[in-house]
Design a protein around this ligand. Structure first.
Ligand SMILES: Cc1ncc(COP(=O)(O)O)c(C=O)c1O
Length: 434
């Protein structure tokens, strides 16, 4: 091969859209240090991934040690010890009865695995999802997603058999929680009666907190209503814990805020391995056994280094009492953000569960609150300038979300609130709003 006289230079595809201009040099705990010499308090955690913070020494050590043993032990060819150990450890935190685990790489893949399992096990085609839900970007996962047309426009046809019911988004409807829940359950019953027969429906699929759909906690009574209907009609309940699971909401699984509720299939990824790509679905053995053996798999699924990192993540969460920390620091963050946003007309709603807090921006048209994406974006960008990394979300892109690591300290939350407040007042001064 001869080299061209003038070597070609490549650049990153414009398909990628980056929320901040930061280029990372290194990171530790809740802090990212940029190549620009600035340090940033990271309330994005790689979209809720680095549960134990960046580069937790025990996660780093576990991954380093595993790298010296075997990196890629392809799991449909040979089995490896970290995956067996991880499965045993996960057994202790999985809801009772969900004792069979299948691994993949990403959240989207795990969502697809869950849907495939549900369809195979029930021999029924339909999946009912809820408006504003986000389940990933692969074609099937995007077909299940309604957190913004940006995730599913332009590459139709999407996967068939997906039907959508309303989510009890009380703030949007201008109702209280109970009215929104009653409405959403009534509309679900209407959908089941009018268009999507229970006998043709494999599963309901829902997040315990809508993530990309706007940081909206799913009310426990709504989840209980889904469970009751699932049992009544022989439909499976799939809970997508990809973003809300692994301690983030102050309980180990987000759905545990609904007492005594157990899903039929649970999906996990993100926080599972503190940043290494691994995902999983869990279901009762009896259900999992109805999948055709060999019907799922993949080259990289259940990677050995990721599995070792996941084991270390579980140990750190346990030893450092991080689920309880998420609960306490989450309460601090929610009340702190509520207090610094009070009095701003552009802040329509502040909500959250544990270390998932969303601030919804609106403009006013008389009594009507109109989603205001421009102000949300301005605030998100201003937080970066104040040394705090945040993200936007929501179908109308008008929510700023804060997602600190589970190791976040009281001082770091206080610093984050101060920086958020400074960013908000900058934008207000510029716009003569919010
Ligand atoms: C709830 C939920 N499900 C699925 C996914 C898709 O995961 P991934 O991006 O790893 O494919 C995400 C990602 O943000 C998510 O938040």
């Amino acid at each position: 091969m001869t080299l061209a006289a003038t070597p070609q230079t490549a650049s990153l595809s414009p398909i990628l859209k980056q929320a901040t201009p930061v280029v990372v040099d290194h990171a530790l705990g809740s802090w990212i240090h940029g190549t620009d010499g600035h340090s940033y308090l990271d309330f994005t955690t790689g979209i809720g991934v680095t549960s134990t913070g960046h580069c937790h020494p025990r996660v780093v050590a576990a991954a380093q040690e595993q790298c010296t043993k075997i990196i890629h032990a392809q799991y449909t060819t040979v089995m490896h010890q970290p995956l067996l150990d991880l499965t045993e450890k996960l057994g202790a935190v999985l809801p009772l009865g969900l004792d069979s685990v299948f691994y993949a790489n990403s959240g989207s893949e795990a969502v697809e695995a869950a849907v495939r399992l549900a369809r195979m096990a029930t021999a029924k085609p339909n999946i009912i999802v809820f408006q504003g839900g986000f389940h990933g970007r692969t074609v099937a996962a995007a077909s299940l997603t309604s957190a913004g047309t940006r995730f599913s426009a332009g590459f139709s046809p999407l996967m068939g058999g997906v039907h959508m019911a309303p989510f009890p988004y009380a703030y949007r409807y201008g109702w209280n929680d109970d009215a929104a829940i009653d409405f959403a359950l009534k509309e679900l019953d209407y959908l089941l009666a009018s268009r999507v027969a229970p006998n043709d429906t494999a599963a309901f699929l829902i997040e315990p907190v809508l993530g990309d759909g706007g940081y909206l906690p799913t009310p426990p009574r709504f989840l209980a209503g889904l469970r009751e209907r699932a049992d009544r009609h022989g439909i499976l309940l799939i809970i997508d814990e990809v973003q809300a699971g692994f301690g983030r909401t102050g309980k180990f699984w987000g759905h545990q805020h609904a007492d005594d509720l157990t899903p039929d299939i649970l999906i996990t990824a993100k926080g599972l391995a503190s940043g290494f790509p691994i995902s999983a679905i869990a279901a009762p053995t009896e259900l999992m056994s109805q999948a055709w053996p060999g019907s799922q798999g993949g080259t990289y699924g259940g990677n050995a280094v990721a599995a070792a990192a996941a084991i270390a993540t579980l140990d750190v969460i346990d030893d450092e009492d991080l689920v309880e920390n998420a609960r306490i620091r989450g309460e601090q963050m929610l009340s702190g953000i509520r207090s610094v946003t009070a009095g701003y007309d552009a802040v329509g709603d502040v909500r959250g569960l544990g270390l998932m807090v969303g601030v919804e921006f609106v403009s006013r048209d008389g009594d009507v609150a109109v989603p205001d994406a421009a102000t949300a974006l301005a605030v998100q960008q201003a937080t970066t300038r104040h040394g705090l990394l945040t993200l936007t979300c929501g179908p109308e892109a008008n929510v700023v979300r804060l997602i600190p690591a589970l190791v976040v300290t009281e001082h770091e939350i206080a610093t984050g609130i101060e920086r958020f407040s400074a960013a908000l007042s900058d934008v207000a001064a510029r716009n003569d709003g919010p």
